[in-house]
Design a protein. Structure first.
Lengths: 157, 770
């Protein structure tokens, strides 16, 4: 077994120290080591966006980063999106708009959408479609997802 | 944004509203547990070794070296499975042969596709399990692969399954054709003789995958007493129980199947792959074992639905009346018999009342993964040909394509090609709703732009479901079913119970139970859950109402018939008795004195296919880039006969999702095999599904024609919307460019080639091979 490395990182504003193998992706570390299973695996090749997390505020496919590369960075995952029992406006709008069916892509979409709204608080529909194009959803045809993100932006501003 | 129509007012209090789904918060916070999200103490990780060849004999498998790798705990092969029963069994909507199923789970003797499982390893980490796979030595004798139905049906073609026979070729003739099905009506020749216009064309569609975002995952746990549990992402926990115990040779009652949340299925999670492997490894190691697939494994070895070859010939009079139709189709079954050829043949022209017809369908094995159900199985590929020919005919006759469909459309009393007569259906209403729509009435202008329409039919299934409703002491309730929730069905179950019990939506909690905790329930497929499980919930809630009247009768010393129940209020019938009344909550507090808790139960067997036929009509506008052949979807609207929409948002969602999949099928998606039979695009970069940038708003028109055989008028809504888009897109491309596309997908290189041929004055058939 490959030697495990100590990694210090910040996840959802908590300092975390963890041991992982250099060959483990950040997604594997989140799931298999920390059991933070809200971040989903859809492809392991960066094509579906289900594992999207924010690294220093930028959306990243956590399957394309190694766990050891998290050293010193600030990670945000779906588990930290709500403020305690208060849902993030995006979460609330996804619920109200029926923007999820099976829900497996939802954490990734929410994290990508958060990155978008953090950068562009009042996006156009074209902005939303452009920024979410890295996330695949097979259930909804995206219509209600786009609508939910636009509504969250509208009510935020 | 999309102008989704809210259905018209009807008599219901909860049904037809849009509450937030009860499982929603878990799914937006990452708490919901899907197949790969389970972790148990001491759990091992399983990985599967797969064949690198599409067709080969396995001469030997050696795994001593793999077992020596530190961290490896067990290796299993087909030798660890018992000989399976060769007799096919009816499993809900599908016929399943345990023998073929076992062979597909772990190959025995021969591998039949690139990716066919051969062995599996359990180890302390997934990486160690992967390393161990490389240490397993398999000796193969390679055989010539058979990749297409044309190759497979040729005399002298290499045979995939030595023992496969069909009645037409006789008991001595090995074959790759598993089944030939035929439907006949009237006098075909006479029918064509009375036609003024006859169009006959050939079509081909590609193998495509359901494309659920969650790869298959199962965790097996084995007890020393022979009882076992499997946590798994599946559309049908009870079918997993039946199939896995058949393959493992254990009593059905010894396996508990716990369905996880499911990350999409679309038909692809109606069979077993990882489940028996995880259980075998758990049995061998004594540890819980999690087996997950990578995306590549998902594409190579699960799912796909059949590519088909199709010939369609339809004749009509100059007034627009269809006189005869002939359809010939051959479906790729993949490695084992069982393509959706039969439902394809049963749907292909069922939307129309045609006096003379002949439909032939063939189920053909080829060296591709065993086909699995995909949303309206068989119907989409079949409709591509028929609905394109109808469009061509309408143009030739000079009639609006929707009017042509309305003139010939099936209605109440029309006999389906395979016999049964339609009860009340809404095909005509659906066509008319599309015709009146703002989209269809609007003008589309600009070069290389065109609009196409097409229709689709799907039976919808019924089958068996169970439900329990428990009333709590505070008058709230829980609803327990065995139907896995793929797209919001928990909400519908709670709404139906709330409607009957007179409770608010929030007062009913829906639960999806494991196989030890609820009665047998067929798979979540065939658009059957809201229809059949919804009917069981409706009946279970009525069972509660019946008992509430008895309890009130006890307290008021009258008969249950003298008690009325309305909107959670019990009262005596005014004409017979002293007025008494009591709320449900008041009565619930007195259950302890009137006989104990009130439990409602129901089970239903609602018949097979045809439980509430549904129709969809798509109208799609495209713009074609003449230099690249890329098609942009400008606007898409689908009208669908949905019966009573229980939760309209999720009904719209089903229509939008099916439409998006149909557009992907039309434009991009296909399995690309090389000349050696190896899948070359087993990742989501190259198996290109639509993103939100590829799609416009998806508009829906809900046409509510209540289903006469359901107490709330429910019709299945999940599948039919996928059927029309490929033909609608092809018809739109024709209007944009003058080119008729008859091969799917209509991807940029294929369309560009057709455009260039067309410009050079050749017939723009584009019927190029794969």
């Amino acid at each position: 077994m490959a030697k495990r490395t100590l990694v210090e990182t910040t996840i959802n504003n908590e300092t975390v120290e963890l041991l992982c193998e250099p060959r483990q992706s950040l997604l594997e570390v989140l799931r298999d080591e920390l059991h933070m299973t809200g971040t989903k695996e859809g492809c392991m090749t960066g094509d579906c966006g289900a594992c999207t997390i924010l690294v220093d505020g930028r959306p990243v496919c956590s399957c394309l980063m190694l766990g050891v590369e998290a050293q010193g960075h600030k990670l945000e995952t779906i588990e930290g999106l709500a403020n305690g029992t208060e849902l993030h406006p995006l979460q609330q709008k996804f619920l109200e708009n029926a923007a999820l069916q099976c829900g497996i892509c939802t954490p990734g979409f929410l994290m990508s959408a958060k990155a978008l709204l953090d950068k562009i608080p009042r996006p156009t529909e074209a902005d939303v479609r452009y920024h979410l194009a890295g996330n695949l959803c097979r259930c909804t045809g995206y219509d209600k997802i786009v609508r939910a993100v636009l509504e969250a932006a509208r009510e935020n501003g | 944004m999309a102008a989704s129509k809210t259905p018209g007012s009807h008599k219901y209090r909860v049904v037809g509203t849009r509450p937030i789904r009860p499982d929603g918060i878990d799914k937006v916070t990452g708490r919901a547990l899907y197949g790969a999200d389970y972790y148990f103490p001491g759990m091992l990780f399983g990985k599967v070794l797969r064949s690198p060849y599409p067709h080969a004999r396995i001469k030997s498998i050696k795994f001593d070296q793999a077992l020596k790798l530190p961290g490896v705990r067990a290796v299993v092969t087909a030798d660890d499975l018992p000989e399976a029963d060769r007799k096919p069994q009816q499993m809900g909507e599908q016929q399943v042969s345990p023998y073929y199923l076992s062979w597909n789970v772990l190959a025995r003797g021969k591998v039949l596709y690139d990716g066919h499982p051969i062995a599996a390893v359990a180890a302390t980490s997934p990486h160690i399990a992967e390393e161990a796979l490389k240490l397993i030595e398999v000796e193969y004798e390679q055989l010539e692969p058979v990749m297409t139905v044309e190759q497979a049906m040729k005399p002298g073609a290499p045979i995939l399954i030595d023992e496969l026979r069909n009645p037409e070729d006789g008991p001595d003739q090995p074959t790759n054709v598993a089944t030939h099905l035929q439907f006949k009506r009237g006098d075909l020749e006479a029918g064509f003789a009375t036609a003024d216009h006859i169009i006959e064309r050939e079509f081909q569609t590609a193998t495509v995958h359901q494309g659920y975002i969650e790869p298959h995952a199962s965790v097996g746990l084995w007890n020393p007493d022979g009882h076992a549990t499997v946590y798994t992402c599946t559309q049908g926990s009870f079918s997993v129980r039946t199939l896995a115990t058949k393959v493992l040779g254990m009593p059905e009652g010894n396996l508990k199947v716990v369905p996880s949340e499911i990350g999409g299925g679309f038909g692809g999670k109606t069979t077993i792959y990882c489940e028996p492997v995880a259980l075998l490894l758990a049995k061998k190691t004594g540890h819980p074992v999690k087996v997950t697939m990578s995306r590549t494994e998902v594409l190579r070895a699960t799912g796909p639905t059949s590519g088909i070859k199709e010939r369609v010939k339809i004749g009509a009079t100059k007034e627009g009346r269809i006189t005869a139709a002939q359809v010939w189709m051959a479906y790729e079954a993949g490695a084992f018999p069982g393509s959706p050829m039969a439902p394809g043949a049963m749907t292909v022209i069922t939307s129309y009342d045609i006096p003379n017809l002949l439909i032939d369908g063939y189920d053909v094995v080829v060296n591709r993964p065993k086909a699995c159900a995909y949303r309206a199985p068989g119907a989409t590929a079949a409709a591509f040909g028929a609905e394109t020919v109808l469009d061509e005919l309408a143009e030739k006759i000079g009639i609006d394509p929707l009017d042509f469909r309305i003139m010939n459309g099936a209605r109440e009393g029309t006999a389906q090609p395979f016999g049964p007569v339609f009860k009340r259906i809404g095909f005509i209403e659906t066509c008319e709703a599309m015709k009146k729509s703002e989209h269809y009435q609007s003008k589309l202008t600009g070069p290389y732009r065109g609009r196409g329409v097409a229709a689709g039919f799907w039976f919808n299934a019924g089958f068996q479901s169970s439900a329990s409703v428990y009333l709590n002491q505070d008058g709230t309730a829980s609803v327990v079913t065995g139907s896995v929730d793929v797209g919001g069905s928990r909400a519908s179950m709670a709404m139906i119970a709330a409607e009957v019990l007179g409770l608010d939506f929030d007062e009913v909690r829906p639960v999806v139970a494991d196989t030890d905790s609820i009665g047998y329930t067929d798979v979540t497929a065939g658009s059957r859950v809201t229809f059949a499980t919804g009917m069981a919930v409706y009946n279970a809630a009525q069972d509660i109402v019946r008992q509430l009247k008895e309890r009130a009768g006890q307290l008021w010393e009258c008969t249950p018939e003298d008690v009325e129940y309305d909107n959670s209020l019990l009262r005596t019938r005014a004409d017979v008795l002293q007025p008494q009344q009591m709320t449900l909550k008041e009565l619930a507090a007195r259950f302890i004195r009137t006989g104990g808790p009130v439990v409602g139960r129901a089970s239903v067997s609602t018949g097979g296919a045809g439980a509430g036929p549904a129709f969809a009509v798509a109208c799609i506008d495209v713009e074609v880039d003449p230099d690249t052949g890329k098609v942009q979807i400008l606007r898409a609207t689908v009208a669908q006969d949905v019966g009573t929409a229980i939760h309209p948002s999720y009904v719209e969602g089903q229509i939008q999702g099916g439409t998006a999949q149909g557009i992907g099928w039309a434009l991009n998606e296909e399995y690309v095999y090389d000349s050696k039979g190896i899948l070359r695009n087993s990742g989501l970069l190259d198996y290109r599904m639509p993103t939100c940038l590829d799609l416009p708003e998806l508009e829906t028109i809900l046409v509510e024609v209540p289903n006469p055989i359901h107490p709330l008028g429910v019709r299945g809504v999940g599948e039919v919307s996928i059927v029309p888009p490929p033909a609608a897109v092809a018809n739109a491309i024709y209007r944009a460019t003058g080119v008729r596309m008859r091969v799917l997908p209509m991807s940029p290189p294929r369309l560009l080639k057709a455009l260039l041929q067309h410009r050079n004055g050749q017939e723009g058939q584009a019927a190029a091979g794969r």
